[in-house]
Design a protein around this ligand. Structure first.
Ligand SMILES: Nc1ncnc2c1ncn2[C@@H]1O[C@H](COS(=O)(=O)NC(=O)C[C@H](N)c2cccc(Br)c2)[C@@H](O)[C@H]1O
Length: 523
């Protein structure tokens, strides 16, 4: 039974649009269990969506009932996400690598009707009140049906929830970012308008499905009628296997966090010369250390490098081409202007909108693609969806990002860091990002992270650096002298430690909490 009228914005309708025009085109190209590449056409993907939707529809679930999807990105998991979207069942993606505690916390918070996991995965955290199912190319098999519920809704509306993404909760418990069909469809339409992905692109995704960077790749690739190429997680650990896969799959655009490129740049950058068909790289999630970005640009001449900035609360805000070549004295990367459907303004500490080049303030995002709110957390929602400081009387809300930026000469923004990474040291505001940028200017350093380590009731500023070759050595004394010349005294780290690699979160960002624990441990 049709719950979505063609005129109503729905993620399923947008992403399955190409079925009508290019049904035989490959929607997904993935590695099968033997590593061979297999294609799923838009027609076949749509048939898989219909098959899953028929099973889900038979379970008597109501619009708004949640489905936790535990899987990596694949043709099957994409089909399940779209089947949920078609029926108005918010999907909650969780990666199979998520620890049990995180899965348990998400299940408790979101109280799903069904927990569907990709075939081959163990059933973790079984809960009597939650239905369970396995899914794969052969179908969706319900092991335990969801508990009976009353059906109150008839139609899926644009304002209904498409998905709920739980952020890694760097500060405390994970928060559920609730995104409506209208927000995500409006955002993806802006991506189509900006031409980020062309219909003949083959877009490689490398993020876990619980990170909205993965949903971004699925969305822009399918909405554009292009081909999505999920990179198997196992291939990401070895530079040779990752490059080999990208080459074999003839990938033209790669999406990934900056840390994706660190191993190949350190171990064997020349491998990247094999990627003759690569046209563009989109990175997002955190700053790309300048020395590594420079090396990536040198090894991929003519390839467009795009700095994607944004938060899950609006999926993304801006896409800015990395200057080619990167100027030698470039210290911070531009995050430019917002994409065609949004606008970023910079707000000072008194709530005034800043317009003078050179000033620093907090980024506020004006956008029709903002999230509905944090799941079951009206206080946290009210803290970030705030009246527009420029003119509160409209009643329009904007996203308070918590990010700091500097205004450039033409209104473009330069990312400076998160306001909660601004730490107070003896009353001085310290920008950890500024210390890290200085450290990466040291010749042998390829990446750096600064953190405040608790010590004897106070805090000590410490730093960790990764060197550009495994056998390289750091002259710590010279490095500290360099910092003393480049930074105010209170921003010079007490100590600098060389680490083989920076610890990463599940989404591939630098895990500062883990680094702080490591540096706090007695040497
Ligand atoms: N390009 C940058 N330089 C520097 N700092 C960045 C960048 N992109 C983020 N961040 C930081 O990450 C925060 C947000 O984290 S998040 O909610 O997990 N979302 C993300 O990381 C990913 C983000 N949803 C996303 C998803 C798809 C495409 C794009 Br394009 C962006 C931002 O508020 C920033 O502090």
């Amino acid at each position: 039974m049709e719950r979505t009228h063609p005129s109503v914005d729905n993620l399923y309708r947008l992403l399955m649009g190409p079925v009508a025009t290019t049904p035989e085109k490959p929607a997904v190209v993935q590695a099968d269990e033997n590593g061979a590449l297999e294609e799923t056409s838009y027609r076949r993907l749509d048939r898989q969506v219909e098959e899953y939707a028929a099973v889900l529809d038979g379970l008597g679930l109501d619009v708004g009932d949640r489905v936790v999807v535990e899987a990596d990105t694949s043709a099957a998991s994409v089909a399940l996400l779209l089947a949920c979207a078609k029926l108005g069942l918010p999907f909650v993606p969780v990666s199979p690598q998520s620890p049990d505690a995180r899965l348990r916390s998400i299940l408790r918070s979101v109280e799903p009707a069904l927990h569907a996991r990709a075939e081959g995965l163990d059933h973790r955290e079984p809960t009597a009140s939650v239905g369970s199912a396995l899914f794969g190319p052969s179908g969706l098999v319900v092991e335990r049906p969801p508990t009976r519920r009353v059906r109150r809704r008839r139609n899926v509306l644009a304002t209904d929830t498409a998905y709920i993404i739980f952020t890694s909760g760097s500060t405390g418990t994970p928060k559920g970012v609730v995104m409506s069909h209208r927000s995500i469809v409006t955002f993806l339409r802006a991506m189509l308008a900006d031409g980020l992905v062309a219909p003949d692109d083959r877009v490689a995704g490398t993020s876990p499905l619980q990170f909205d960077f993965a949903l971004f790749g699925i969305g822009v690739a399918l909405a554009a009628g292009a081909t999505l190429v999920p990179v198997p997680r196992a291939n990401l650990d070895s530079p040779r296997r990752m490059v080999g896969f990208l080459k074999d799959a003839e990938v033209t655009q790669v999406h990934g966090v900056p840390s994706l490129w660190r191993p190949v740049l350190r171990v064997d950058p020349d491998l990247l010369k094999e990627l003759g068909q690569l046209r563009s790289v989109v990175f997002a999630g955190e700053e790309f250390p300048i020395p590594e970005l420079r090396r990536l640009q040198e090894t991929l001449p003519g390839v467009r490098l795009v700095n994607g900035y944004g938060a899950t609360e609006s999926m993304a805000a801006s896409f800015t081409d990395v200057p080619d070549p990167l100027p030698a004295d470039q210290e911070r990367l531009p995050i430019g202007h917002a994409h065609s459907g949004a606008e970023m303004t910079l707000v000072g500490r008194q709530g005034e909108v800043l317009t003078e080049p050179g000033l620093t303030g907090e980024i506020y995002l004006h956008s029709p693609s903002l999230f509905t709110g944090y799941w079951n957390d009206p206080e946290a929602t009210a803290a970030v969806l705030v009246p527009d400081p420029a003119e509160p009387r409209h009643g329009q809300v904007v996203l308070r990002t918590g990010d700091l930026a500097r205004l450039g000469d033409h209104g473009e923004l330069y990312f400076l860091g998160r306001s909660d990474y601004q730490v107070q040291i003896r009353g001085n505001r310290v920008e950890l990002g500024e210390i890290e940028a200085a450290l990466t200017r040291l010749p042998a350093v390829t990446a750096a992270a600064a953190t405040l380590v608790p010590r004897a009731g106070d805090h000590v500023l410490m730093a960790a650096v990764v060197l550009d070759r495994p056998e390289a050595e750091l002259d710590v004394r010279a490095a500290l002298d360099f910092c003393a010349r480049e930074l105010p005294a209170y921003m010079v780290p007490r100590s600098i430690h060389t680490v083989p690699e920076l610890p990463l979160t599940e989404n591939g960002k630098v895990d500062r909490a883990s680094l702080t624990r490591t540096l706090a441990a007695p040497r």
